[in-house]
Write a protein that binds this ligand. Structure first.
Ligand code: HEM
Length: 329
């Protein structure tokens, strides 16, 4: 086919026809490659599979994760909360109560070895007692409502039935959410009130070496607070108290800062773990502050202690006050 023949009308027609053919054939060729349309049942199954995997879809609702219909991590979270956290949390709480009961049965109350003098010394100011009992009362209420939220279904469900339990948990959650910031306020007040008395002192080393005379029954001199109380102050009140109250505050205001569900789920778990450890430690403090040490509760109720009590439990503080010093390290 010479150069001239390509210029003929027929040839152009041929070319046009070929192009048209190609254009028409392209979609068919593409359609032939495209996977066969799935039956509607399979398409729905695929859709729900993606939804369950947490694949975000389109949604008119604004906000973080608004396109996520099912939170895939939710099941894992529920398994963790209702599994190890409840199981081990419940175990250490009950174990601590068991250890304290056993200690009380074996050692009994720590009594004064000398009779009281009848002369009183001021141990706590009214502000310190206000900060203490504000923290203690809100803490106990937070503890009860928090334990009900975590263990209520298992422990109280069989007793109260779902309606009774529902009502109690709704009330408990209300108290828990509104009292949380109040507990945080008092905890900060308490930390401020006792901070300067919880610094390290030389006598703490001897106290640690003899475990405070807890097992030997011997007398170990200490400042205004002994090392056991300082541990409760730093680990319990300050670190765990602020951690639990702080995570609780974030959980109280979910709409602030566009928080993701994932973050809130993690915070709930951390909050619960921190709270269980704090509660466990507080059992020791509450035991010592009620029946464990003779005369201890009076010190936080009236703010005064007998000189014998001060000498036997906080000898260095007693000597300082008797010497006219403040008693603060
Ligand atoms: C019903 C519960 C409670 C009782 C009966 C109780 C009793 C006492 C008593 C008697 C003292 C004085 C001890 C002494 O004279 O050395 C004391 C001190 C103290 N309590 Fe409590 N308490 C309770 C709950 C709490 C709670 C929930 C917290 C904090 C979360 C707390 C934090 C403190 C602190 C920080 C001190 C001073 C000791 C130190 O700073 O090292 N208490 N408590």
């Amino acid at each position: 086919m010479g150069a001239n023949s390509l210029k003929r009308p027929a040839a152009w027609l041929m070319r046009l026809f070929a192009v048209l053919l190609a254009l028409l054939a392209a979609p068919l060729a593409l359609a032939a490659d495209a996977p066969a349309a799935k039956p509607p049942g399979d398409q729905v199954a695929d859709y729900w599979r993606e939804v369950r995997q947490g694949v975000p879809g389109l949604s008119q609702v604004q906000g973080a994760e608004s396109g996520v219909l099912i939170n895939a991590e939710g099941q894992a979270w529920r398994d963790l909360r209702n599994g190890p956290i409840k199981k081990y949390g419940g175990t250490i709480l009950l174990a601590m109560i068991g250890v304290i009961a056993l200690f009380y049965l074996i050692k009994g109350q720590m009594k004064l070895s000398a009779p009281p003098t009848g002369r009183k010394m001021q141990r706590f100011t009214s502000f310190e007692r206000f900060a203490h009992w504000g923290t203690a009362v809100t803490f106990v209420l937070m503890g009860i409502t928090g334990l009900a939220i975590l263990f209520g279904r298992t422990v109280l469900g069989p007793l109260l039935g779902s309606e009774g339990l529902g009502g109690l948990l709704a009330l408990g959650k209300l108290v828990h959410n509104y009292l949380g910031p109040v507990f945080l306020f008092f905890t900060i007040l308490l930390i401020g009130a006792f901070l300067r008395d919880n610094v390290w002192q030389k006598c703490d080393a001897a106290w640690i070496a003899k475990a405070g005379g807890l097992f030997s029954g011997g007398h170990v001199p200490s400042g205004r607070f002994n090392f056991g109380e300082k541990t409760w102050f730093w680990l319990g009140v300050t670190f765990l108290g602020l951690f639990v109250a702080g995570t609780g505050l974030i959980l109280n205001f979910p709409a602030l800062m566009d928080r993701t569900r994932e973050l809130m789920q993690d915070l709930v778990l951390l909050h619960a773990i921190g709270a269980v450890i704090l509660l466990t430690l507080s059992f020791g403090h509450i035991y010592m502050g009620t029946i464990g040490v003779e005369g201890a509760l009076d010190s936080m109720k009236s703010g005064e202690v007998d000189e014998t009590w001060a000498k036997e439990h906080h000898e260095i503080w007693y000597d300082d006050v008797k010497a006219g010093k403040s008693g603060h390290p």
